[in-house]
Design a protein around this ligand. Structure first.
Ligand SMILES: Nc1ncnc2c1ncn2[C@@H]1O[C@H](COP(=O)(O)OP(=O)(O)O)[C@@H](O)[C@H]1O
Ligand SMILES: [Mg+2]
Length: 269
């Protein structure tokens, strides 16, 4: 059977910002039944903005990200992504589980996308060195993934995604499996790399704290069928340090407001 071609991204349309999601809906057929994962999702994301989406399990977060990555086609509505540079990939995705290739060294993993695009070797070396350093992987270029901890493998995924130089970065609970200290370090490293590259980031998390530490704006999704229920501006100054921010009383208040909304969706009351 031929693969269904995704029709998510219409590059000719000019969205107001970097990403426009308009009236988006997605249903899946499961035998005789139809599962509506997403309904009536509307969202504008500015270029260089870092947004986090939180929502109960099964509300369609991954589905939304997969549509943005052109891995799924919407069944309703449209997604417009403004393309600034046709020579680079539209998006790179970072998953919860490490997706680096076990048979390649860390350096070759990080270089993978650039090699595919036949970027000159000197530029590959420069880019890879740069992002490996920023991601805290100095000295591990020639190691294989099995020689690294879970946190380091996710660092390699982050370095690979940024080396690829995509127009947008899509992150699906990338730090969920990490311990607290590694998570805090990686969050700070991600923010440092992001501030340098000014990429547009859509980051899914189930952690309200993580959303507040990272983002410019937190979007709260409803239970299935998922739709965007509320948004919260996150104005903490940057650069941010995770534990300084957590000590700020405004952080706690904002977290509580988001939790109150999310709680209704999780518990249904
Ligand atoms: N390929 C698929 N076929 C059928 N149902 C799917 C498929 N992908 C996701 N779903 C359903 O869509 C809903 C949303 O899933 P998902 O986007 O993974 O949620 P989340 O990431 O928020 O936990 C779930 O009910 C899930 O079972
Ligand atoms: Mg998911």
């Amino acid at each position: 059977m031929p693969l269904e071609r995704p029709q998510t991204v219409i590059n000719s349309g000019k969205p107001a910002g970097k990403i426009s999601i308009r009236n988006l809906g997605k249903s899946f057929s499961l035998g005789e039944t139809k599962v509506t994962a997403l309904t009536n999702v509307n969202l504008e994301v500015d270029a260089g903005e870092f947004i986090c989406i939180v929502g109960p399990s099964g509300c369609g977060k991954t589905t939304l990200l997969r549509i943005l990555a052109e891995l799924e086609a919407p069944t309703q509505g449209e997604v417009l992504i403004s393309r600034d540079n046709p020579a680079v990939p539209l998006s790179s995705m970072i998953f919860q589980e490490s997706s680096i290739f076990p048979w390649m060294t860390i350096r070759n993993n990080v270089a993978y996308g650039l090699k595919l695009r036949n970027v000159p070797q000197t530029e590959i070396d420069r880019t890879v060195d740069h992002f490996m350093k920023l991601a805290g992987l100095d000295g591990f270029a020639d190691a294989y993934p099995h020689q690294l901890s879970g946190g380091m493998k996710q660092r390699a995924s982050v370095a690979r995604a940024f080396s690829n130089d995509p127009e947008i970065l899509l992150m699906d609970e990338p730090f969920a499996a990490l311990d607290e200290q590694n998570k805090a370090l990686l969050q700070e490293e991600l923010l440092r790399i992001w501030s340098e590259t000014q990429k547009t980031v859509v980051f899914i998390t189930h952690s309200i704290d993580e959303a507040l530490v990272l983002s410019d704006r937190v979007l709260v999704m409803s239970g299935r069928p998922g739709t965007l229920k509320a948004e919260f501006k996150v104005d903490f100054p940057r650069p941010r340090r995770v534990y300084d921010l957590k000590a700020d009383p405004t952080f706690g208040k904002l977290g509580r407001d988001i939790w109150m909304l999310l709680r209704e969706e999780v518990t249904g009351q």
